[in-house]
Design a binder for this molecule. Structure first.
Ligand code: SF4
Ligand code: SF4
Length: 219
């Protein structure tokens, strides 16, 4: 049995483990807090990278700011918490490799009882919500390539295409380049990101946070 009461709630404040939010989660938060979608995003969320293919390919998504603003003695929005929060620690407990690598930091993964059917249902819901989020907030699937792994522009472009092709992700994909991952907040959340239009192979400047806010305002 997991005892979250005696835990420091590490899973809610671990900067290495961004808590992804889909449009569906944001709608629930906005309703609960009586805010518009863009305001709820502005207050509680940030744009974050999620690993697709180590070491350099990430997808762009929305995450709760870190540490999570809803964390008090416990979760202040427990009943409507994002689906990603509901996955942990069962999703890790169900994966032997991840369980082994995370059990020291998160001993609760050893106590988690996994209901495989329920876990699958939740994962399918997240995938469906993710499709809606990509379509309505980002307009397409967005990916990031960390530049430090490549020596020059053409190598990067070639590598990004290859990685996306390997994953069958070339449809409507756009690829952003980030010099180093720790610069992402600066670039994505408060500035202009340079991205490569994968299909047309051209570089475009874009204010990512403004782009997301505008799309949310129009929903
Ligand atoms: S799920 Fe695990 S890490 Fe998160 S609050 Fe509960 S015991 Fe702590
Ligand atoms: S929404 Fe609740 S469960 Fe999720 S990270 Fe925040 S405090 Fe933790």
């Amino acid at each position: 049995m997991i005892n979250c009461k005696d835990c420091e709630k590490l899973c809610c404040k671990d900067s290495m483990m961004p808590i992804e939010v889909q449009l569906e989660d944001l709608k629930l938060i906005a309703k609960e807090k009586k805010l518009t979608l863009d305001k709820a995003f502005d207050i509680y969320c940030r744009i974050a990278p999620f690993t697709v293919q180590p070491p350099s390919l990430y997808r762009v998504g929305i995450a709760l700011k870190n540490p999570c603003a809803f964390l008090g003695d416990g979760c202040k929005i427990y009943d409507i918490r994002p689906s990603t929060c509901r996955l942990f620690p069962e999703n890790v407990a169900a994966d032997e490799k991840r369980k082994e690598s995370m059990q020291n930091r998160y001993p609760c993964v050893l106590d988690a009882k996994v209901d495989a059917k329920e876990l699958e249902k939740l994962k399918n819901k997240i995938e469906k919500d993710k499709e809606e989020t990509d379509k309505k907030i980002f307009s397409s699937k967005l990916f990031l390539i960390e530049l430090k792994h490549y020596k020059n522009e053409s190598l990067r472009l070639h590598a990004s295409m290859k990685e996306l092709e390997n994953k069958n992700m070339t449809e409507q994909a756009q690829v952003f380049f980030v010099r180093k991952m720790h610069m992402l907040d600066q670039i994505m959340n408060s500035g202009v990101a340079k991205y490569i239009d994968y299909k047309h192979e051209k570089a475009i400047n874009m204010d990512m946070r403004k782009f997301v806010l505008t799309n949310l305002k129009n929903l």
